[in-house]
Design a protein around this ligand. Structure first.
Ligand SMILES: Cc1cc2nc3c(=O)[nH]c(=O)nc-3n(C[C@H](O)[C@H](O)[C@H](O)COP(=O)(O)OP(=O)(O)OC[C@H]3O[C@@H](n4cnc5c(N)ncnc54)[C@H](O)[C@@H]3O)c2cc1C
Length: 492
């Protein structure tokens, strides 16, 4: 398979081609075209729109949001894919770069619980509560705990020592696998990182969560994306869904436009929210980059993917409040690798009560596990169906431990795997969290290789997750705006 084919999955790969022209009425030229409507792409488009740029945002799926998305099923079920929890920083980002109404809908989760053979408790997921638990549940000395949090607070992006997260933990809490589990497991669920990844990325993400706990968007992802689309339209950004971008055209080392649905649309800048590898090796083509850059991108490792099980309670059924987010495992000890096991024993349950979507008196539960592409991609259709059924059954059994009798109240069950995530987002190997740390420098420096080309998709662990992706969209939009400004000065 050619590199372009490998990283670009056109409509012939399973989706029915749309008969209407999704690009009908678009202009011949824009200041900037944003490819992809993930939180990074939408935020970048909004910042550029606010800056007065003429922007076109194109998305291949019919929904906007990328992984920040939802789906509906018969019987009134609405399932959120990645609305589990993010740091308070998202509120500030939304207030500054979206609007107050969006920011004001961001609320703290009422409950976070751990339950595994090493420990079981409810937590506010703040530094204060973690410090308390480390002292009272794990029996650690206060001085040791304070030293850990002091180092966490002093994290400096530019002072990376190259230490791994495992080494960082071992330095502070030697031989304490239970403590390592407490500190690592939720972060692995949030961004796919492992003990072998750089401590720097762990410290930034964990530090963000520790400031004030875990937050969510009241109203559900559908309401968030609706509000974001309305704001984009207010800023004059033109939005088009069902647009499969096939190529970013480059001439003389500079972006000239995009190709989609047999059309060329000119622009001075492209912000790609598609995957880093898909952008460089597929949409642009390795031949347009220096050999070192292209080879570097080729060698960037992807993060792992996910499996999810969606469980919808029948109308009129209810469950008592358990918690909002439940990190559960039956594994006696913690290893990063085991979180991705095919028949895994560790998962996160997200409980969505009627408070999530006020007015819709419904309950849904979503189970998420980290997963490896290679475990799922090699299965035959029959094996794949059987594996999904087994995943649903084992998930229900596990859920029964916390909500006895719930199975009888559940009307809709459905599973998603790395194959599902690849199909819907076109992310290579269905990666849920972009690339490993080394991808960051290629994403950030892409404009040095091709003028007018920018990348704002999940990379480097730090620029991933709801907050990381949205903040990266802002950073990249500002760079793109500076480029557009410089162009105007040249033409003046
Ligand atoms: C199961 C799961 C659970 C998660 N839980 C959490 C959580 O609890 N907290 C948290 O903070 N984060 C969570 N995340 C991660 C978070 O959802 C993502 O990191 C974030 O949404 C990614 O945003 P993004 O901007 O990188 O783009 P993406 O969401 O990857 O979107 C990219 C978009 O580009 C589009 N696209 C790609 N190629 C093309 C093309 N050629 N033409 C047109 N469009 C194209 C895709 O269709 C997609 O819409 C979770 C993710 C998963 C999968």
């Amino acid at each position: 398979m050619s590199e372009q084919r490998k990283y670009y999955k056109g409509s012939s790969d399973g989706k029915a081609p749309s008969s209407a022209d999704p690009l009908e009425g678009v202009a011949e030229r824009y200041d900037a075209i944003v490819i992809g409507s993930g939180l990074g792409g939408m935020t970048a488009a909004n910042v550029l729109g606010k800056a007065g740029r003429r922007v076109l945002l194109v998305e291949q799926h019919y929904n906007f949001g990328g992984l920040a998305t939802w789906f509906k099923r018969r019987g009134g079920h609405v399932f959120d894919i990645s609305l589990h929890g993010f740091p308070i920083g998202m509120k500030k980002t939304c207030r500054k770069y979206w609007n107050s109404a969006i920011a004001d809908s961001i609320v703290q989760l009422d409950g976070v619980r751990f339950d595994n053979p090493q420990f079981c408790f409810d937590t506010t997921f703040t530094a204060q509560d973690f410090a308390h638990k480390l002292e009272t549940v794990f029996g650690l000395e206060r001085a040791r705990i304070d030293a850990f949090f002091a180092e966490l607070r002093a994290t400096d992006f530019y002072g990376d020592s190259g230490e791994t997260t495992a080494a960082f933990f071992e330095r502070h809490f030697p031989g304490r696998n239970d403590v390592h589990r407490l500190l690592m497991e939720p972060i692995s669920y949030a961004n796919g990182s492992t003990l072998d990844d750089p401590a720097l990325s762990y410290r930034i993400v964990f530090g963000n969560f520790m400031s004030q706990g875990v937050y969510t968007f009241a109203g559900g992802t559908d309401q968030l994306v609706k509000a974001m689309k309305a704001e984009l339209e207010r800023q004059g950004v033109e939005l088009r869904n069902k647009v499969q971008v096939e190529k970013i055209r480059v001439e003389g080392g500079r972006v000239t436009g995009i190709e989609a649905h047999g059309r060329f649309i000119a622009c001075d800048a492209v912000v790609s929210n598609a995957s880093l590898k898909g952008t460089v090796l597929g949409l642009v083509g390795a031949e347009h980059f220096t050999p070192e850059f292209a080879a570097g991108v080729q060698s960037v490792r992807l993060n792992t993917s996910s499996c999810q099980v969606y469980l919808g309670l029948a109308k009129g059924e209810s469950i008592p409040f358990v918690t909002d987010l439940l990190f559960t495992s039956t594994r006696p000890t913690f290893t990063s690798e085991a979180l991705c096991d095919f028949d895994g024993e560790s998962r996160t349950f997200s409980f969505y009560y009627p408070k999530t979507r006020a007015g819709l008196d419904r309950y849904t539960i979503v189970s998420s596990t980290n997963a490896r592409w290679e475990d799922w991609s090699k299965l035959s259709d029959a094996q794949y169906d059987a594996a999904k059924r087994r995943l649903i059954e084992t998930t229900l059994l596990e859920l029964e431990r916390y909500v006895p009798g719930v199975t009888h109240k559940i009307e809709h069950t459905e599973a998603a795997t790395p194959r599902t995530f690849q199909f819907y987002t076109q992310a290579p190997e269905g990666t849920s969290f972009g690339t490993k740390f080394e991808g960051l420098k290629y994403s950030m420096n892409i404009h040095d290789e091709i003028r007018g080309l920018f990348h704002a998709g999940s990379v480097g662990i730090i620029m991933s997750g709801w907050l990381g992706a949205a903040n990266y969209g802002v950073i990249v939009a500002n760079k793109c705006d500076a480029w557009l400004h410089a162009l105007l000065e040249v033409h003046a």
